[in-house]
Write a protein that binds this ligand. Sequence first.
Ligand SMILES: CC(C)(COP(=O)(O)OP(=O)(O)OC[C@H]1O[C@@H](n2cnc3c(N)ncnc32)[C@H](O)[C@@H]1OP(=O)(O)O)[C@@H](O)C(=O)NCCC(=O)NCCS
Length: 175
Amino acid sequence: MNEINNNPLQNNPENFTIKDKSPEESSAEVIIRMFPSDANPAGNVFGGEILKHIDMVAGIVAQRHSQSNAVTVSMDSVNFIKPVFVGNVLKLNARINYVHNSSMEIEVRAEAEDIVTGIKTVTGTAFVTFVTLDKNGKPSHAPKLLVKTDEDRKKFEEGKIRMEERLKHRKKPNT
Ligand SMILES: CC(C)(COP(=O)(O)OP(=O)(O)OC[C@H]1O[C@@H](n2cnc3c(N)ncnc32)[C@H](O)[C@@H]1OP(=O)(O)O)[C@@H](O)C(=O)NCCC(=O)NCCS
């Protein structure tokens, strides 16, 4: 009997093309309903629950851009601006701002919707850095980011400055 390999990254055909992409091509949106198990007894959703989804949607963008495995190396500028409540619909939008060699900065914006009133509130923002890995788990070159619009260019330059700043505070193993 044939064994089934459920790892989608290992099931990829060998002959696909990895191409440079614009931020738009890898952008992602996820929509999740918030349940009581996601929140404290007062109904406020845990920050950690939202972080999990931020990491997940940023990972979709990183893997779409790199067309390879990619892992989180840092998360910063996480701001919970307004509360998210049980019953809200949480919408996360993620886009890639900047690519260096193997590292990629992904920006995530979180918005909560009260589906009874229809009121939508921006509740959080974060920057997540992913590193693309080769089949041996080593950092590898990510495709180039094709900046096409004025907004792409602005976000690329801002992302570059943030990445330089981030690396000044980077913790290396055994430090
Ligand atoms: C990702 C990993 C393989 C990188 O290994 P490393 O020895 O640090 O590799 P390097 O020093 O060559 O760095 C690779 C890239 O990561 C970037 N990087 C590493 N740490 C970083 C940080 N804290 N913030 C931003 N970028 C970082 C480097 O700048 C470099 O980017 P570049 O290739 O674009 O120049 C290693 O850190 C790792 O396995 N981390 C755990 C990742 C993981 O499992 N995350 C899920 C949660 S546990």
